[in-house]
Ligand binder design. Structure first.
Ligand code: CS2
Ligand code: MG
Length: 408
């Protein structure tokens, strides 16, 4: 069996999805996601200029060897662009494997450990009352878990994931006004003084059953993160996400010594080497890698297994950063993983998105139910794709009030 061709598409409804389609001499095709938020043309170029020409003639069934060939063959290791491009190939090869076997991917991993997988939505508000309305809306739709973020009084500009006007509902991070980022101003003191009380009010309003998550987006230093974790302990968070900068695998030690708040980290990690110490030292409770950025199903399954040995559960990244293909790969892992925790879920439900990526994966009452179709269980409508093209966009950048650049 041989790979005969592969194509890359960039574009989508409100997003620049980077979609890879691998064709074989037996008529079976595979799909994969290489969407790297706000740097989408780069993964597409890596695929087109180097990886696809090497893929032609390879046997698509040897997904492990192909992954090793590209990873080791690059010599310069890791990095989000390379890993997202390898991730798309790996996903597509698993898709082909599933179609050849006539089985959904979760069957190839070991079958289902659960029927539905718990998901969380993003509730946001310009202020606390606006946030409460947003949470109520999600509870009304059947969600059992919400990530909560709100504006902070006196903060010089909107904070991470906070909409600019009231009742805006969903907040999309990417600004499609070009590639020059807007600047947000951040004040750690204001955040530290306000947010623990705000989270306590959310708990008081919605009672003990609701799973409440909160994302710090890497903005605190290790000592500040430890103080913040202690302050929010009475809230009973499901998790505190990215309290510290992600590069430093020792940064969570102090927090761990002072608090039992569950910690989630990993949406920016590209490999097992970014989180092996966090996992082995049991400094976290949830690992948040995404199948795309972390190099595909093959390496992510290894991370999930390592995490399982250390009582760490999954909480895969699922921001609008990822296409329904990545979300499908994660839906199959979520159905199987003995150490599944929760899934962030913000993608599969828009009608334009569904028209571009038709599938039987479905969301109901705050749970995702995986499709039983062979492979990933997602199609790609190439005629529908003609409606879209690449649009430059960017995240904001963050500065302190004196101008110092900070972590977005
Ligand atoms: C976030 C992301 O979903 C999350 O938890 O932290 O929205 C993140 O900001 C984006 O993926 C950045 O591209
Ligand atoms: Mg996050």
């Amino acid at each position: 069996m041989k790979i005969t061709d592969a194509k890359v598409f960039v574009g989508g409804p409100g997003k620049n999805y980077v979609t890879l389609k691998i064709m074989t001499d037996q008529g079976v095709c595979g799909l994969g996601d290489a969407t790297l938020n706000n740097r989408e043309t780069l993964t597409a170029a890596y695929l087109q200029d180097y990886l696809i020409p090497n893929l032609i003639e390879m046997d698509p069934r040897n997904s492990e060897d192909i992954w090793q060939f590209f990873y080791r063959g690059a010599y310069f290791r890791r990095g989000p662009i390379a890993m997202a491009a390898f991730g798309a190939i790996d996903m597509a090869l698993w898709d082909i494997k599933g179609k050849l076997a006539g089985m959904p991917l979760y069957q190839l991993f070991g079958g289902k450990s659960r029927e539905g997988a718990l998901v969380y939505a993003h509730a946001t508000g310009t202020d606390l009352e606006d946030l409460m309305d947003s949470i109520e809306g999600y509870i009304g739709q059947g969600y059992k878990a919400v990530r909560v973020q709100c504006g902070i009084p006196g903060m010089p500009s909107a904070s991470y994931a906070v909409p600019e006007s009231k009742g805006e509902g969903r907040h999309y991070i990417t600004d499609f006004g070009g590639i020059r980022p807007k600047v947000e101003i951040w004040d750690t003191g204001r955040y530290m003084r306000y947010m623990p009380g705000a989270l306590a009010e959310v708990r008081a309003r919605f009672g003990p059953e609701l799973h409440i998550l909160h994302d710090v987006h890497h903005r605190l230093l290790p000592r500040e993160a430890a103080e913040f974790a202690k302050a929010v302990e009475p809230v009973g968070l499901f998790w505190l996400e990215d309290p510290t900068p992600a590069e430093d695998q020792d940064a969570l030690r102090l927090l761990r010594q002072h608090s039992t708040v569950p910690v989630a980290i990993g949406e920016v990690f590209n490999s097992i080497w970014d989180c092996n110490k966090l996992i082995e030292n049991e400094l976290i409770d949830f690992i948040r890698v995404a199948v795309t950025y972390a190099g595909g199903i093959t390496p992510v399954k290894r991370i999930v297994d390592l995490a399982g040995l250390h009582h760490i559960r999954t909480g895969f990244h699922g921001a609008p950063s990822h296409s329904p293909l990545c979300m499908a790969a994660q839906a199959h892992l979520n159905a199987w993983a003995p150490n599944f925790g929760i899934q962030e879920y913000l993608v599969l439900d828009t009608s334009d998105c569904h028209a571009l990526f038709p599938s039987e994966h479905r969301m109901e009452n705050g749970m995702v139910f995986v499709s039983d179709a062979p492979g990933l269980g997602v199609e790609f409508d190439e005629r529908e794709a003609e409606r879209y093209s690449y649009k430059p966009g960017t995240h904001p950048v963050v500065r302190l009030e004196d101008g110092t650049l900070w972590n977005y």
